[in-house]
Write a protein that binds this ligand. Structure first.
Ligand code: F6R
Length: 369
C-alpha cells in the first residue's frame, strides 16, 4: 500500500505528478475550452462576482495564498485569503457578490466549515475546493471543484497541496475565460504549461537524493529559516510548516522583503536559510531583489540553500547548495519549488527516527474548533 516506500508521506510526495495530472484531467472540451460543469454554479453568477475570499487553515491556506496571486493576475478580481478561524470574528464585509472559496483536503475541518456556514448566512456564494468526495464542506457549499489527489494518509499534507494549487489555477483560468479577461490563446498556453508540470515534478523527484543527503547532514540543526517572495512566499511558509510538523525543528517562513524589517536580526554564523528564488525570466526586478536578499543573509554568516530555476547562474556564488527545478511560468512555479522542501522535511524527520506519517500532537482531520 506504500508502493515500495518506507512511509506514506514519501509515497504521497512521489504520487504528485499523478495528483496534478488527474486534477487537470477532463476539464476541457474538444476545442480546448475549460468546462467546469461539476461546479454546479451558474456561470452568470461567477461573472458578477466582485470579490473572492479564500478560507482555509494550515497548508491549505498556503495554497490559498498562491491562488490569490494567480487569480488576481488573471481575473482582475480582488482576492483576500484568510485563516478560517480568524474570519468570523472580524465582522467581515460580505454580500451576494462575494465568492467564498474554501480549500480543504479533508472537507471536514471544523474551523473552515464554520467559516463557510457563516459566510453563507451572510449571503455569500460558496465554492469548495476539496479532495474528499461527499465530505461536509462540499456538501454544504453552493459549488464544488474536486481535487483528484487520491486519499492522503500521511498527516502532513503534500499531494493534496499541489492538487489544491492546480485546482485554484483552473478556477482562475475558468473565471478569466468567462469574464473575457484573457485571450483564449493565453489560456491555452497556460494550460499547455500546466500539462507539462507532472513530467517536471518527476524530474525534481528523480533528483531527490541530493536533497536527502543535505537533510541527513542537517539533522541536528536547531532552527531553519525559509524566505520567498511573490508565489515563493507561501512556498517558504509551507517549507517551514513541514519541518515543524514532522521534524519538530523550529522553522519560520518569511517574505524575503520583510527581512530588513526584523527577521535579519536572527541571522548569525551557520544559520541555515532556504531561499525560494523566482524565475530570472520575469519582467520585473523580483529575481534581482531575492538574489540581493541571499547576499545579505550570507554576508551575516547564513548557510544559504536555494531552490532556483534551472540555468539560474546568479545564485551559484551565494549558495552553499542549489536545488534546480525545471523552468515554467512564474505563477506556476510553486508546483515545482515546493517539492524539494517536502523531500527535505521528510528525509530529515526520517533521519531523526520520527514517525513521519503520524507526527506527535497532530490529527489528519481537525474536527474541533
Ligand atoms: C499540514 C496539514 C494541515 C492541514 C490543515 C487543513 O501538513 O496537513 O495544516 O492543511 O489542518 O486541513 P484541510 O485541508 O483538511 O482542511
Amino acid at each position: 500500500e506504500k508502493g515500495g516506500f518506507g512511509t506514506f508521506m514519501e509515497k504521497e510526495i512521489h504520487d504528485q505528478p499523478k495528483a496534478v495530472e488527474d486534477t487537470l484531467l477532463g476539464r476541457t472540451d474538444a476545442s480546448g475550452r475549460l468546462v467546469l460543469d461539476e461546479l454546479r454554479i451558474d456561470p452568470e453568477e461567477l461573472k458578477n462576482i466582485s470579490k473572492i475570499i479564500v478560507l482555509a487553515c494550515g497548508t491549505s491556506a498556503y495554497a490559498g495564498m498562491v491562488a490569490k496571486y494567480a487569480i488576481e493576475h488573471w481575473v482582475r478580481v480582488p482576492v483576500e485569503v484568510e485563516l478560517s478561524h480568524e474570519f468570523r470574528y472580524r465582522d467581515p464585509i460580505i454580500d451576494d457578490s462575494t465568492l467564498i472559496v474554501s480549500l480543504s483536503q479533508s472537507g471536514e475541518t471544523m474551523d473552515t466549515l464554520m467559516a463557510v456556514r457563516y459566510a453563507k448566512e451572510q449571503g455569500a456564494r460558496t465554492l469548495a475546493i476539496c479532495n474528499t468526495n461527499g465530505s461536509t464542506i462540499p456538501r454544504e457549499s453552493d459549488a464544488v471543484l474536486y481535487t483528484h489527489a487520491g486519499p492522503e494518509i500521511a498527516v502532513a499534507s503534500t499531494k493534496a497541496f499541489l492538487a489544491q494549487i492546480t485546482a485554484s489555477y483552473l478556477l482562475g483560468l475558468y473565471m478569466a475565460q468567462l469574464r473575457g479577461k484573457l485571450f483564449q490563446g493565453e489560456i491555452d498556453d497556460i494550460l499547455a504549461d500546466l500539462h507539462k508540470i507532472p513530467g517536471k515534478i518527476q524530474e525534481v523527484l528523480d533528483g531527490g537524493e541530493q536533497i536527502r543527503e543535505l537533510a541527513r547532514e542537517m539533522a541536528q540543526a536547531p532552527s531553519v529559516l525559509f524566505l520567498g517572495r511573490h508565489v515563493g512566499y507561501p512556498v517558504a511558509m509551507e517549507g517551514a510548516l513541514k519541518l515543524k510538523e514532522i521534524a519538530y525543528i523550529h522553522a519560520e517562513g518569511f517574505a524575503a522583503g520583510e527581512l530588513k524589517h526584523g527577521p535579519i536580526a536572527l541571522i548569525d554564523q551557520g544559520q541555515p536559510v532556504f531561499v525560494v528564488v523566482p524565475s530570472p525570466h520575469g519582467r520585473d526586478s523580483l529575481h534581482a531583489k531575492v538574489v540581493s536578499n541571499i547576499q545579505e543573509v550570507r554576508a551575516r554568516g547564513a548557510k544559504t540553500i536555494t531552490v532556483a530555476e534551472a540555468g539560474d547562474a546568479d545564485v551559484v556564488d551565494y549558495s552553499e547548495q542549489v536545488f534546480y527545478v525545471p523552468e515554467t511560468q512564474p505563477l506556476l512555479m510553486p508546483l515545482l519549488t515546493t517539492v524539494p522542501l517536502q523531500i527535505f522535511a521528510c528525509a530529515l524527520a526520517a533521519e531523526k527516527g520520527y514517525d513521519v506519517d503520524q507526527p506527535r500532537n497532530l490529527a489528519k482531520s481537525v474536527t474541533v474548533e
